[in-house]
Design a protein around this ligand. Structure first.
Ligand code: MV4
Length: 450
């Protein structure tokens, strides 16, 4: 089966550049789309063709389905890669692509729909014997019944939005007295954020590690699991640093995570790239949390330790080709860490858009930079503040840390504030170095300026 001839990338920034790179290696032509403010962006310069899709506001450009489909039609593109964010997890968009006879490079619309219905996805997992956190069976109906469930599972509990993500519509409830108010607040927030107020509850588990497993599935349903990523270094539900493998996962546990991930993909009849997210607690319990139906920001750490180009694999799978490697031939080698470089104040995380007046990017052994910035580029205020990903590879975790620290020291971005100083602090923190951290780590160590 021939690969696509021409792919339109419905995204911007580093992920658009990342997809263009994969396409070029595969011999596929690329079309960049851009908003009026992104005319001078790197993805526009690197693609074979570029087409303006509207004003800076995302609703008018990167989220504008008719505009993007028109761009695909006029450029005679045969597929669309959605990247992450924007339209990547919009089932209507995936369906609209198919209706226009354009391949959507991602899972099926039904996969996306189920991934976006977290209470339902959890039920499917439970039915197939994958452990889930004890809680309500599906979404909540009325407050009286909810109180009974909460009493049964025991406080603290956590209220979550079924359509949720990014911590919105989420509330931790420590006693009965707070429950009613928390439900009202969570529902209002979920309704405002997702247009859907459905909630579910589960036991709140303190001091968790966020462990996720990358999967890739072909048209026949064969599943490859590419090992885990540890994404426990996060602040306000924003991941800041990820690594693979996790420093606390043994071979035996890795096997368990991998088996659950494969089983989850099969249970959901999943296709293409995805990530199965788990909660891992102090007692080494593993619980399914949710499935992400897109390529993720942190995919490079998996690429470094598996040697598999995940984006090329994703494009091949979307064409209908089989997996390029068998599970038994895939081995994890070495260690990789990714630092997200955001255009933000490194200690308050307040966005810092503006013009980059000087730029020097690190390199040398084991260093990779995925970015879309250059000297003279102006970071616009309209979009996500991620401007670069600094990825280090080493034969072991220590070497990866040493290389990351060395690279952070070389990196020069002037004119705007970035999170580079934050990462320097984390990479020198004894708890981080010993692998002793969880999702509450940043709140506790209270990382301060140099
Ligand atoms: C949890 C949890 C503890 N117990 N679920 C889910 C979405 C992700 N962004 C955070 N999530 C969590 N789910 C159960 N059953 C802890 C988190 C969590 C968290 C919760 C409240 C405040 C900050 C948090 C930071 C990381 C993870």
């Amino acid at each position: 089966m021939p690969l696509f001839r021409k792919i339109l990338i419905a995204n911007r920034g580093e992920i658009a550049v990342r997809v263009i790179r994969a396409c070029r290696e595969l011999g596929i032509r690329t079309v960049a789309v851009y908003s009026e403010i992104d005319r001078g962006s790197m993805h526009v310069r690197l693609a074979d063709e570029a087409i303006c899709i509207g004003p800076a506001r995302v609703a008018d450009s990167y989220l504008n389905i008719p505009s993007i489909l028109s761009a695909a039609e006029v450029t005679d593109s045969d597929a669309i890669h959605p990247g992450y964010g924007f339209l990547s997890e919009n089932p209507q968009f995936a369906e609209a692509c198919s209706k226009s006879r354009i391949a959507f490079i991602g899972p099926t619309a039904d996969n996306i729909r189920l991934g976006g219905n977290k209470a339902r996805a959890k039920q499917v997992m439970k039915k197939h014997g994958i452990p889930v956190v004890p809680g309500s069976d599906g979404i909540l109906n009325d407050k009286k019944a909810t109180m009974a469930i909460a009493r049964k599972i025991g406080f603290p509990i956590i209220v979550k939005a079924s359509a949720g993500g990014g911590g919105r519509g989420m509330r931790v409830v420590y006693d009965e007295m707070q429950l009613d108010q928390a439900l009202t607040a969570a529902e209002t927030e979920a309704m405002a954020s997702f247009g859907n107020g459905d909630l579910y509850i589960e036991k709140y588990i303190p001091n968790i590690r966020h462990i996720e497993v990358q999967i890739a599935v072909d048209r026949e349903g064969n599943v490859l699991q590419l090992g885990e990523r540890d994404c426990s270094v996060q602040r306000r539900h924003q991941k800041l640093l990820e690594e693979s493998p996790s420093p606390i996962i043994t071979e035996k546990l890795r096997d368990k995570f991998g088996k659950y991930a494969v089983k989850a993909a099969e249970a959901l009849r999943y296709r293409n790239l995805g990530t199965i997210e788990f909660i891992f607690d102090k007692e080494e319990n593993i619980y399914f949390m949710e499935i992400n139906t897109r390529v993720q920001v942190e995919h490079p750490v998996t690429e470094m330790v598996t040697g598999i180009d995940i984006i090329k694999e994703q494009i091949r799978l979307a064409t209908g080709l089989p997996l390029s490697i068998k599970q038994r031939n895939m081995h994890l080698r070495g260690h990789s860490i990714e630092c997200r470089i955001n255009a933000e104040d490194p200690f308050t995380f307040v966005p810092s858009p503006g013009k980059i007046s000087f730029y020097y990017q690190p390199g040398g052994p084991g260093i990779r930079v995925d970015s879309s910035i250059y000297c003279g580029y102006t970071v616009p205020p309209h979009y996500d503040s991620l401007i670069a990903k600094l990825i280090a590879y080493g034969s072991n975790r220590k070497e990866a840390i040493d290389r990351m620290r060395r690279a952070l020291g070389e990196y020069r971005i002037e004119g705007i504030k970035t999170t580079i100083p934050f990462h320097k602090t984390v990479l020198s923190n004894p708890d981080f170095i010993s692998g002793n951290f969880d999702t509450g780590y940043l709140e506790r160590v209270n990382v301060k300026g140099p």
